[in-house]
Design a protein around this ligand. Structure first.
Ligand code: AMP
Length: 367
């Protein structure tokens, strides 16, 4: 069994890169999105949700459905799933939409997380500050991304401000994790339950937005590598996940701590497009359409991904850098907007670091 037509809810760069990876496998794409000008629209058919009967039309025109974002409307996914299979399934989507449900799932399955408490009132917040000990990170349980919808409460003086900022929402308070760096592990599971894991990536953020991912994460102990692989395999199997799944991790002295998951291809996995034998986009397409999974191992010793944010910058300097691969998403320049990325490959960490340095001016210009 192999599905030939994939429907994607959303039409941003992730949908675009899915279509770019799936087209050589003779898979066709239909995008379901409001945006009439979007990174994906010239790579497949578009159906607009505002038009009557559109979701049935969308479902009827494809064999299987996937989505770009963990914030995809769950009700819509349930309705579509009555007509055609939606992967990843409802468990993966609903759990990643709610930080409290997500963290409870991690804890129930024995994955290390920061200590956390639900906060529904200012009294709860005062109580959480006492029980967890300051500093704490206060987050909205839904719709947070790239550090939005959260505040760090360092001292008791910050409590009122944090409550004023976020108190209108349901919240989770987490103890502050003293990590040395942020990592992510990405893996894929197919319809039959086979899994494959990508090398672990080390991620640098600026102002809450991912700037650079380096793969494999340098000097990560075999114990921590195994911990990350075990964690993601546990999650994939527990959720009966089909497609790519990402876990964001904190690297701490005594082991890894899970922060959150994304039921989708992830920005920190973009390096795999040229950097591994089968990139995350192709593997997601293969998994959801019933094809065998591809090899997730890296092609070279070292790889990196630099996000192009806000301004497109000097394209030609990227194109003249050996082993650099430019991906632009066809989006208008705007402050803090992800417009594209550069993948760098090398035979050593040092070689890739040199290439990152050479593109330093470019990175600055675009930031
Ligand atoms: P999130 O929205 O959960 O991905 O958080 C955004 C960023 O805030 C993370 O990438 C971390 O840098 C930081 N952060 C989130 N939770 C914690 C925590 N419990 N302790 C320390 N830093 C955190």
């Amino acid at each position: 069994m192999s599905f030939k037509r994939i429907g994607v809810i959303g039409s941003g760069q992730l949908g675009r890169m899915l279509a770019l990876a799936g087209t050589p496998l003779d898979v066709e794409f239909v995008f379901y999105d409001e945006a009439r000008v979007s990174p994906s629209c010239n790579l497949g058919k578009c159906i607009f949700p505002s038009e009557q009967g559109s979701f049935e039309q969308f479902a009827d025109s494809v064999d299987v459905i996937t989505y770009e974002s963990e914030n995809t409307n769950l009700e819509l996914v349930r309705k579509l799933n009555q007509i055609k299979p939606v992967y990843p399934g409802e468990a993966s989507l609903s759990k990643s939409q709610h930080r409290l449900t997500e963290k409870n799932t991690f804890r129930d399955l024995g994955l290390n997380t920061a200590n956390f408490l639900r906060v529904a009132s200012k009294e709860d917040l005062l109580d959480a500050a006492k029980q967890l000990g300051l500093p704490i990170v206060l987050k909205t349980t839904t719709m947070g991304y790239d550090g939005k919808g959260q505040a760090v409460v360092k001292t008791e003086d910050d409590i009122n401000g944090a409550w004023e900022l976020l108190g209108a929402h349901e919240l989770i308070a987490e103890s502050f994790v003293n990590f040395s760096r942020e990592l992510s592990v990405i893996a894929v599971r197919d319809i039959k339950g086979n899994t494959k894991v990508y090398p672990i990536s080390e991620n640098d953020h600026e102002a809450g937005i991912l700037r650079i991912s380096r793969v494999p994460a340098k000097a990560l102990s075999p114990e921590k590598q195994k911990q990350a692989q075990d964690y993601i395999t546990t999650m994939l199997n527990h959720l009966e996940h089909v497609g790519v799944l990402t876990l964001e991790l904190f690297d701490c002295d005594n082991g890894l701590v899970v922060n959150e998951m994304a039921p989708r291809v992830h920005n920190s996995g973009h390096w795999s497009m040229e950097g591994s034998h089968c990139g995350q986009f192709e593997n997601h397409v293969r998994a959801i359409s019933g094809m065998p999974l591809g090899d997730t191992s890296p092609k070279q010793e070292s790889a990196a991904m630099i996000n192009i944010i806000g301004k497109t910058g000097d394209r030609d300097s990227v194109l003249s850098t050996p082993n650099a691969h430019l991906h632009l998403y066809g989006k208008e320049e705007r402050l803090n907007r992800k417009l594209g990325h550069i993948n760098l490959l090398g035979n050593s960490h040092a070689e890739v670091e040199l290439a990152i340095k050479k593109l330093g001016a470019f990175i600055k210009e675009c930031g």
